[in-house]
Design a binder for this molecule. Structure first.
Ligand SMILES: [Zn+2]
Length: 227
């Protein structure tokens, strides 16, 4: 049977080993950019999981909430968020990706990329349709260093449903016309001389993807005819 001294020594040794292991893990996480990125993403997800189930206190539809209450809540939340940002400013980086995404609130581009580092220009439009302004903006982004343009659509898109429904088309003619013109606009963008030259030289990549709205996974796009 071990003596009390021996037990104490083993006990101290065990505590020291656990402490060393924790320190080594912290050092690894701090020193390895990949580990920091993954652990940071996991911590953000902890925040999402905390906020996600809360319905009761502000914006939920089923509550008899008035527009000015929603606005006041938004302002209050912004003040808190801005105060935190003043204390912990973010690093400004030049984006290397420009992504065109529908305005559907279920698609969260930070979740989609798992990246909060502001490497992405996000263009959000109704039905993921670009117009001439967005074409200009994307061309400017490419001139400023963007190397990948991701043109997305997404499943269960309300704009596409409107465009596909003769009755709803009458209510929202401009949106329907925009969805009809989506492919034409994309062709216009790709044919712009500066874009076409960079595509040809391999300095720019343009990808078409469909976003699974529930999981936010990027999947192959439907054929243009059915988009
Ligand atoms: Zn949509």
């Amino acid at each position: 049977m071990p003596t009390p001294d021996r037990v104490r020594r083993r006990y101290r040794l065990a505590i020291a080993s656990v402490g060393l292991l924790a320190l080594a893990t912290l050092a690894f996480v701090w020193l390895s950019p990949r580990a920091r990125f993954v652990v940071g993403g996991a911590m953000i997800n902890v925040g999402y999981r905390l906020q996600d189930p809360i319905e009761a206190y502000d914006f939920h539809h089923e509550h008899d909430v008035k527009p000015d209450q929603i606005w006041n809540e938004l302002v209050q939340q912004n003040h808190l968020a801005a105060a935190v940002r003043k204390q912990f400013p973010r690093t400004a980086r030049h984006p290397v990706v420009a992504m065109v995404v529908c305005m559907d609130a279920r698609v969260d581009t930070v979740e989609l990329t798992g990246d909060t580092r502001k490497y992405y220009y996000i263009v959000r439009t109704a039905g993921s349709v670009i117009s001439e302004q967005e074409e200009d903006m994307l061309e400017l982004a490419v001139a400023n260093g963007v190397k990948v343009i991701v043109l997305t659509t997404h499943t269960d898109c309300a704009a596409e449903k409107v465009a596909a429904d003769p009755e709803k088309r009458k209510l929202y003619p401009a949106l329907s016309a925009a969805v009809d013109e989506r492919e034409k606009r994309i062709a216009e963008l790709l044919a712009r001389p500066h874009i076409a030259a960079k595509l040809k030289s391999g300095e720019l990549l343009v990808k078409r993807v469909n976003i699974d709205t529930l999981t936010e996974e990027l999947v192959p796009p439907p054929t243009p005819k059915t988009m």
